[in-house]
Design a protein. Structure first.
Length: 112
């Protein structure tokens, strides 16, 4: 589960606490990994320092702007869920991704 953001996105920073709560609440599931994925629009900005200054404590990596375009990220923040076969199975906002995730977990448990 990727929470895609960039340094100039105020909405992204407003939603980070919600994404962090989702990360903490679901961290016990070994099949799910959560990452804040910072999109580099300005090479002079260190995105790791940006999140550190804001006391955001999430696993994070950065991607280039061109890679974000290939992932069809056109709005920020965008949450992307990728399955274990490297397929994008969800692209949307945080609220809908949480519902999608709950549904997936419920289906997963029912099949065990």
């Amino acid at each position: 589960m990727l929470d895609c953001w960039y340094e100039g996105c105020g909405s992204c920073f407003k939603e980070f606490p919600l994404f962090q709560k989702l990360y903490i609440d679901n961290n016990g599931y070994s099949d799910i990994r959560f990452y804040a994925s910072g999109v580099t629009y300005n090479d002079t900005v260190n995105l790791f320092e940006v999140v550190e200054r804001r006391n955001i404590n999430l696993p994070m990596f950065t991607i280039e702007r061109n890679d974000a375009t290939e992932l069809e990220i056109t709005v920020y923040p965008t949450v992307i869920i990728i399955d274990d076969c490297s397929r994008i199975v969800f692209r949307g906002d945080l609220r809908d991704s949480e519902l999608f995730l709950k549904n997936i977990l419920r289906i997963s448990f029912c099949q065990r």
